[in-house]
Design a protein around this ligand. Structure first.
Ligand code: ADP
Length: 546
């Protein structure tokens, strides 16, 4: 027997029309790319998204066309997300930090018909023009007064397009499985691959992401997504905030400690989210002049492992709860979040931190298991570690154009490429990327555990651990450290600090100091580059044996 309830499609336009109806005066505040702070409301945003939808239609773009963006987190980018996806076009967020030839590759591969670009990226587009022949329209996201002199032929001014269009537009209804948006993986190995989200997957993901143990966004919240809209949907905040009626604060192009701090304090931000590098910068800025955080209650940290010292500092020094999160572009992106379970709040600090350093528990609708190399499921005992496999309604079933072939196992699970443990309470801990794990004498050493331990030292700004060749053990760990400005640290001091914090046989065979570490376009350590840089490195343990 079928149920008798209404069949209403889950569509992205509904997030914004809901906010414009029930939270119409709630603000969206932006540090604009041009400089000044801009503020308006959800009602304004929805009206302008309708105008943009008409403007794009007027250019001859239609249902199913792919529209690319190269843009920061701003109110205009938000209008584009809704104006494009809301009318059944596909919003393709391009990561401007990718190599230029990768940007050209993905704009062509995705068949972008139009590109909307922030002022910052106009020179980049000018350079790529000869490789972007499929793009029919370039729209610069600024007003007439700020339009640059540009070689881009027929470049349109965003404000003129929006203001010149009628607001008479009804958000269409269509199948909720229609593609809504597109994001490419960063392609640290091979070409980037496109993950194509649907209205349904986005709606389900955003609803679950808004839950109390997840991002926990409500109408009384003021939310600052520092995580960029070109990085895995900004972890769904630009979708979930209007669903919740929360005030949104958009940081534009400025992500340094001073700029973020100013927005946190002047706008009364209660929740914010970003990768650990951003929080390192903020904490260093706060420490310099003993600045307090007066309104912030919760910070979500993901994208890379949040160091224990960072979680502890936020909690004990600033009274801010840290929620450690894990996910990936292929997962829309959220998979696990680290909200404590009943009874855990009262554990002693060290025990609580042990839990919070893990990447968290699966949210509703994400199935998770760990397996050995033959696909056999491993126990959920917090000790065994294996390939982390996931399944769920907002997890990729394939990449666009069939890239990468069949990506699911026989039970429909996707291999995340991460190696993890699962404990009896359901908390997952990433021990490594499968390709970064250090194989020493047949046993695995977690590079992430070593990095986290090293970053706990007060003189260490950032640390990376890679496996380098060893004739006896195959690989041994090499620790590469960036010191904080003005700090002194020797190899012996580093080794002494690690003693007792890690298993004895995990102790790096050497420590080297560098000025900076290479990062991927999404802010992760670029281990492929480090392995290349240190491929001929001779460990002192080998030299000594010779
Ligand atoms: P990319 O395109 O670089 O893969 P993603 O954001 O999709 O960018 O990266 C996903 C990967 O990032 C995960 O598979 C995992 O390896 C890593 N990651 C994400 N969050 C965490 C975390 N909290 N701790 C450790 N690693 C994480």
């Amino acid at each position: 027997m079928r149920g008798l309830m209404q069949e209403r499609p889950l569509l992205i336009s509904s997030f914004l029309t809901f906010a414009a109806t029930y939270h119409k005066d709630r603000e969206i505040v932006t540090r604009t790319v041009e400089g000044p702070i801009h503020r308006y409301t959800y009602a304004d945003c929805e009206r302008r998204a309708r105008k943009l939808a008409n403007g794009l239609k007027g250019l001859g773009l239609g249902f199913g066309d792919v529209v690319g963006t190269l843009a920061w987190n701003t109110y205009r980018h938000l209008e584009v997300w809704y104006g494009v996806s809301g009318q059944g076009m596909v919003c393709h967020t391009i990561n401007p930090r990718l190599f230029p030839d990768q940007i050209a590759y993905i704009a062509n591969h995705a068949e972008d018909k139009a590109l909307l670009v922030d002022l910052t990226f106009v020179p980049l587009i000018e350079k790529l023009l000869p490789h972007l022949s499929g793009v029919k329209h370039f729209i610069i996201m600024t007003d007439r007064a700020h339009m640059p002199e540009t070689k881009i032929p027929g470049a349109l001014c965003y404000e003129e397009l929006v203001e010149g269009a009628s607001e008479d537009f009804e958000w269409p209804e269509f199948d909720e499985n229609t593609a809504s948006s597109l994001c490419y993986t960063s392609g640290t190995t091979g070409n980037p691959k496109g993950v194509l989200y649907s209205h349904r997957s986005t709606a389900l993901h955003s609803m679950v992401a808004n839950g109390k143990d997840a991002l926990g966004m409500g109408s009384a919240d003021t939310i600052l997504p520092v995580v960029p809209m070109f990085h895995a949907n900004a972890w769904s905040i630009p979708y979930g905030a209007p669903m919740a009626g929360a005030k949104l604060v958009m940081p534009g192009a400025a992500m340094d400690g001073a700029s973020i701090y100013e927005l946190l304090e002047t706008e009364g931000v209660t929740m914010t989210a970003a990768v650990p590098t951003v929080w390192l910068m903020l904490l260093q800025y706060l420490e310099k002049d003993n600045r307090p955080l007066t309104t912030l209650k919760r910070v979500v940290i993901g994208g890379s492992a949040a160091p224990r010292s960072m979680i502890e500092t936020f909690e004990t020094k600033y009274g801010v709860t840290v929620c450690h999160a894990w996910g990936m572009t292929e997962m829309s992106p959220l998979g696990t979040l680290g909200a404590l379970k009943a009874g855990m709040e009262t554990l002693p600090l060290e025990k609580r931190l042990d839990i919070q350093c893990k990447q968290g528990r699966a949210v509703y609708l994400v199935d998770m298991k760990i397996t050995d190399d033959d696909g056999n499921e491993l126990p959920r005992d917090g000790v065994a570690f294996g390939h982390l496999m996931v399944r769920g309604p907002w997890i990729a079933g394939s990449y666009i154009k069939g890239d990468g072939g069949d990506i699911l196992d026989k039970d429909g699970y996707f291999d995340t490429g991460d190696v993890a443990t699962l404990d009896p309470e359901g908390f997952m801990q990433i021990t490594d990327r499968a390709k970064d794990v250090i194989k020493s004498g047949g046993e695995w050493i977690s590079s992430i555990d070593l990095e986290n331990a090293a970053v706990g030292h007060p003189a260490v700004a950032e640390a990376a651990v890679i496996g380098v060749y060893h004739p006896k053990w195959d690989e041994r760990p090499l620790l590469i450290v960036v010191k904080k400005p003005g700090q002194d640290l020797t190899k012996d001091e580093m080794v002494a600090y690690l003693g007792g914090k890690i298993a004895k046989w995990w102790m790096p065979d050497d420590v080297v100091f560098v000025d900076e570490l290479p990062h991927t376009a999404t802010g992760k350590l670029l281990k492929t580059k480090l392995r290349e840089d240190f491929k001929d490195y001779k460990l002192p343990t080998i030299v000594a044996a010779e």
